[in-house]
Design a binder for this molecule. Structure first.
Ligand code: AMP
Length: 547
């Protein structure tokens, strides 16, 4: 496929708002692709060149891009930044700049989708001191052969700022339509393989190929997630559920095969070398050829410590051994996905649990199986008294559904009064904060866009403000007076006292007394709260008392 065709398709898709039309346009293209282009197309159309589980990253920030664009267009870096801040969208700005370029060396080479992928693979493999310069060189090469429209989407891919809105659901249906297979099977295969690229090729072979996908060690799958709920809401007539403590730590998936162990975070990043103590504990407790799911917590004097302690360890690259000595990390295992060549995710939870308790000599989460509300409530209070976050209720016959936040797992915890919000801007501070950002603009997700809902200026330590100032420098895409705007990347957990209706923010709601709690480095911006979540909480809080 020519990359120009891909770029034209993206431009077309951006203008389509209807789901059915998006699926139909996509499926026609997918059906026409060669087997070689098919997987790359399915990954790039979601703006994700590499499968999530692969751990490959581009690591291209706006500053690298500015430099490459300045070189290719023969402008000063400042002019490029200025144009970007006026246009707002980096892709559109690069398109404009390239179309004004007067050099004649344009379009000497016709780019293909495979050329772009090869460039991205090259970039992702660059590490170390010289990598920045080398990355710039590859970007320059790609952009100097690109037409303005191609430049637009190359930029969007490089910055991981792809806004054409082809979600997993639309792509799943388009693949199913293109190869006349059941969309449920496409979804199933994607849960297991966690890569629409690979799944598209299986779909091309037919339903049997999709059905026979298998989990394998060292190819992590997304974690199964939980919904918020109430005990009485889950317990229907005669329903019994498994009740477990909800540990407030960090989620992990642990894989072991042929004596090799690897541990992955909730975002599927490998954390093996940051957690040697936990890896050693699990290695000792588990047999070979296994994939388990759990939560690791930090413990001191028998009590759990705040989850930030665990996340700090996950991020750690240096002095790991010293950090490991300072705090005790304890893994808690609550699920098993694979054992001894067998994929277990389709077995009912109760069976998986039985296998887990047989397979693991230690660390299996205690469990109560009950259908009695009072008994579960007592268990919930025991959990809170012991310093845990609450309890999880799990349906006994449920499958393990990777990446799904369904009704099979329900979390019960004290009234939530925090939101996970995306940091989209900041304002310079005043007084003793004049050298750093003093407040941050926060947004919720709303139909593929980010909509501001609040500003936060309290709850930060000086150390945190300094760190945020440093880490956000490379994300600045626009400056406007005292405000700067960021390429969205960070998620803040924000406490508040109340949600109010407000004409001051586009979404119609604002937070009263917002307070910074923590940077949720374990969460991607796609996991931030949505405008619907906010509305739902507002409605819940304002419902009539007797209803
Ligand atoms: P939340 O992050 O509030 O959506 O809650 C779901 C998270 O709770 C999961 O992703 C796990 O990290 C964590 N968790 C703690 N204990 C358990 C448990 N027993 N079973 C499942 N998840 C748990």
């Amino acid at each position: 496929m020519k990359f120009l065709e891909f770029a034209e398709l993206c431009a077309r898709l951006e203008k389509i708002s209807g789901r059915l039309e998006t699926i139909s346009v996509l499926s026609q293209t997918i059906a026409s692709l060669s087997k070689e282009d098919l997987p790359d197309f399915c990954r790039l159309i979601q703006g994700r060149p590499f499968p999530e589980w692969s751990g490959k990253k581009l690591g291209v920030g706006p500053n690298l891009l500015y430099e490459a664009v300045a070189y290719v267009t023969g402008r000063r870096r400042e002019d490029v930044i200025d144009r970007l801040s006026r246009v707002g969208d980096a892709g559109a700005a690069v398109e404009e700049l390239l179309s004004q370029k007067s050099q004649t060396s344009f379009f000497t080479v016709e780019l293909t989708l495979a050329d772009i992928m090869a460039g991205l693979v090259e970039i992702s493999g660059m590490e170390g001191g010289r990598s920045q310069r080398e990355k710039i060189r590859v970007i320059q090469r790609l952009l100097s052969s690109a037409s303005p429209l191609e430049g637009h989407y190359i930029t969007a891919i490089l910055l991981e700022d792809f806004r054409i809105g082809v979600g997993d659901g639309n792509l799943r249906d388009a693949i199913a339509q293109a190869f006349t297979v059941d969309p449920k099977l496409v979804e199933y295969a994607n849960q297991v393989r966690n890569d629409m690229g690979e799944v598209s090729v299986l779909a091309l072979s037919g339903e049997e190929a999709l059905r026979s996908v298998r989990l394998v060690p060292f190819h992590p799958v997304r974690m199964m997630l939980a919904r918020q709920g109430t005990i009485s809401g889950v317990l229907g007539e005669g329903v019994r559920v498994a009740v477990e403590y909800k540990y407030d730590g960090a989620r992990f998936q642990f894989h072991k095969q042929n004596g090799t162990c690897r541990m992955y975070s909730r975002r599927l990043e490998e954390v093996t070398s940051a957690m040697p103590d936990v890896v050693a504990l699990l290695d000792g407790a588990l047999p070979d050829d296994v994939i388990v799911d759990g939560e690791v917590i930090a413990v001191q004097d028998g009590r759990p410590m705040p989850f930030q302690m665990v996340l700090r360890r996950f991020r750690r690259k240096h002095n790991v051994a010293q950090a490991a000595d300072a705090i005790t990390m304890v893994p808690n295992l609550f699920d098993i996905l694979y054992y001894n060549q067998e994929m277990l995710i389709d077995r009912p939870f109760i069976e998986r649990r039985e296998i887990l308790t047989k397979v693991s000599s230690r660390y299996v989460t205690p469990q109560l199986v009950s259908g009695k509300e009072e008994e579960i409530e007592d268990y919930y209070h025991d959990a809170l008294d012991a310093g845990h976050e609450g309890v999880m209720l799990k349906l006994l016959d449920s499958r393990y559904t990777p990446g799904v936040r369904g009704k099979d797992w329900v979390k019960i915890k004290p009234e939530a009064d925090t939101l996970d919000l995306v940091v989209t801007g900041a304002e310079w501070g005043e007084g003793k904060r004049a050298q750093v950002f003093g407040s941050f603009l926060l947004s919720v997700r709303s139909n593929g866009r980010l909509v501001p809902i609040s500003r936060v200026a309290t709850g930060f330590s000086d150390e945190q403000l300094n760190w945020l100032f440093q880490t956000l420098q490379d994300d600045i895409i626009r400056k406007d007076g005292k405000m700067v705007y960021f390429e969205p990347r960070l998620v803040f957990e924000i406490g508040y006292s109340e949600i109010q209706k407000s004409p001051n923010y586009e979404g119609g709601y604002a937070l009263r007394f917002p307070r910074f709690i923590e940077v949720r480095e374990d969460k991607d911006i796609k996991e931030a709260n949505t405008a619907e979540d906010v509305e739902e909480r507002y409605i819940l809080a304002h419902r009539p008392v007797n209803n």
